[in-house]
Write a protein that binds this ligand. Structure first.
Ligand code: XLS
Ligand code: NI
Ligand code: NI
Length: 441
């Protein structure tokens, strides 16, 4: 049976196509950085938003109209697996991602829940035998059920910590079973509401203990996926511990976990933290910690994680600039942690949304590639810091100076008159020019 009857195979038809079910800019075969776009971009579909999500919001029930709406429990879970692989194939997407809870319903107790999971994971594994779509990452949902009210590994209740460990243990086994390339830890409710009732030091120590045990277990079972930490500053808790890349870096170094993790950076989480998407990618990259991306976008007028499909070409361009400079994402990818708006309730919208996102990132890739080939920003930046390549600047960089010599230099030189304009507006105009030109052909 077919779940998406209106859509046949989504293909690249080029910028002149008006077919709403075709790629206009994402050409999987086009070469970028010595790889095909498909290999380089590594797009992934988020199971939770696309197959499990129903379009509910805090004020109203779900609006999504899905071909499996009449089903419940395990029957629903199975129909979703069938639908998902049809979707992956029609979209021709190389990866997908899921939380345990997205694919199989929780039962009354943990062992029943695991049984449900085993059944569905076996089914997924079966589909994966004939599908090209692989698992980019899996993770454990440790935020929906009331037991996680105060967190999982940072909960004040040790039984909750143990329950979380059981879930992640299972998640690592599932990851191994399905050949996942990464395993994601997003904080969920790892954070706090008020310091009046919180032992922050114990919670952070416990979080680190949890991560070390997770790594030990992955090693024990021979699951060598890249571990990824996904920062987010707030929501659902007021203060999330993995606030942003900078906070995450400090945490990982503090607890000796810096070689175990890289970052999974989500655009909307970056902006919630008061950063740009490219800031977070850049900071992770220069520290050798850029692992994967949750590709979405927020809304500047809304202060929460709206998880919209990415269509902002400035943002995709500056993101791809970082990713190309990083030489790609390694085992990571561009996962659409994005959901169609509540008013986009048709199944067709699921295709439109992914096509829009993939095309937007493809445009970003083309523009970023040209900017890098022409060294537009690189040359400007190199020139701006030229003073560190000679004289006193060179001494600073090479460690050949001290406060005595620097002070003597300053006393000698008189007034500083050699600052140069940062040319921000001009650089933006150049970026516009590249954006317009790169999409012409
Ligand atoms: C929520 C997060 C979540 C993670 C996976 O804001 O983005 O969806 O990506 O748990
Ligand atoms: Ni995410
Ligand atoms: Ni998010």
């Amino acid at each position: 049976m077919s779940y998406f009857k209106n859509v046949s195979q989504v293909k690249y038809e080029g910028p002149n196509s008006n077919n709403p079910f075709a790629f206009k800019y994402y050409n999987p075969e086009e070469q970028i950085n010595g790889q095909s776009m498909e290999e380089f971009m590594r797009f992934a579909v988020s199971y939770w938003h696309t197959f499990t999500g129903e379009g509910a919001d805090p004020f109203g029930a779900g609006t999504a109209v899905r071909p499996y709406d009449h089903l419940k429990g395990m029957d629903l879970a199975k129909a979703r697996v069938e639908a998902s692989f049809e979707f992956f194939e029609k979209l021709d997407v190389p990866f997908f991602c899921f939380h345990d809870f997205d694919v199989a319903p929780e039962a009354d107790n943990l062992s029943e829940t695991f049984k449900n999971l085993d059944e569905i994971v076996a089914m997924i594994k079966d589909y994966m035998k004939t599908s090209k779509t692989k698992l980019l990452w899996n993770t454990a949902n440790m935020f929906t059920h009331p037991r996680w009210t105060f967190g999982a590994a940072t909960a004040p209740n040790a039984d909750v910590f143990a329950y979380a460990a059981a879930k992640v243990k299972k998640g690592l086994e599932i990851g191994k079973e399905l050949g996942s390339e990464n395993y994601v830890f997003w904080g969920g409710r790892e954070g706090y509401e008020t310091l009046l009732n919180t032992d922050m030091k114990l919670e952070l120590d416990n979080l680190a203990r949890f991560f070390h045990m997770a790594k030990d277990y992955a090693k024990e079972i021979g699951f060598d996926a890249q571990f990824l930490i996904e920062p987010k500053p707030k929501e659902p808790t007021k203060h999330q511990y993995d606030f942003d890349v900078a906070t995450g870096l400090a945490f990982l170094h503090q607890y000796g976990l810096q070689d175990v993790f890289k970052f999974n950076i989500e655009a909307n989480h970056a902006t919630l933290a008061g950063h740009t998407f490219e800031h977070e990618l850049h900071l992770a990259r220069i520290n050798g910690m850029l692992g994967s991306v949750d590709a979405n976008q927020g809304d500047t007028l809304l202060g929460w994680d709206t998880d919209e499909f990415p269509t902002d070409l400035y943002s995709t361009t500056l993101a791809m600039y970082e990713i190309i400079k990083n030489n790609g994402l390694g085992t990571g990818g561009l996962n659409f942690d994005a959901k169609v708006r509540r008013g986009s309730f048709d199944t067709d919208d699921l295709f439109h949304a992914h096509i829009a996102g993939m095309d937007s990132f493809a445009i970003g890739t083309k523009v970023a590639k040209r900017l890098l080939e022409d060294k537009v920003l690189e040359d400007f930046i190199a020139d701006r810091y030229k003073s560190y390549t000679e004289g006193i600047g060179k001494d600073i960089v090479e460690g050949n100076t001290d406060f005595h010599k620097l002070s003597a230099h300053a006393l000698e030189m008189g007034t500083i008159t050699n600052n140069k304009s940062g040319r921000q507006e001009n650089l933006r105009a150049i970026l516009n020019k590249y954006l317009l030109e790169a999409t012409q052909g």
